[in-house]
Design a protein. Structure first.
Length: 112
């Protein structure tokens, strides 16, 4: 049975990104929240697709899906005027670090 919940993942990631982005958060909140929601959904889907007894994707495919989603979020965040690459990457890393243990436990392997 899947353990990950979209809203829990989203709230945790958004909270971590808000802290990381500090004063830039109000300007980027809507874009970031939308992107993190898509990532949360993808993580829930990945968890389901990797569950035994018959996983439908490999660990490598799951990691590739997460990598693609991270790149998408980075591009979205960089579209905000005044937000640099370093700030975008720090926000993404903060968000992923905040959910890392829950996701890796749920999937049974190191995904994040």
């Amino acid at each position: 049975m899947p353990a990950l919940k979209i809203n829990e993942l989203l709230n945790t990631m958004a909270g971590a990104a808000k802290t990381s982005l500090a004063d830039k958060w109000p300007d980027i909140r809507d874009l970031a929240t939308s992107s993190f929601k898509a990532l949360a959904q993808n993580l829930v889907d990945i968890e389901k697709m990797t569950l035994p007894p018959a996983p439908s994707i490999t660990k490598a495919q799951a990691k590739l899906l997460v990598s693609m989603q991270k790149n998408t979020i980075k591009m979205v965040l960089l579209s905000e005027k005044g937000l640099g690459l370093l700030a975008a990457e720090e926000a993404i890393n903060a968000a992923l670090n905040a959910i890392k243990t829950a996701v890796n436990t749920a999937t049974g392997f190191v995904l994040l």
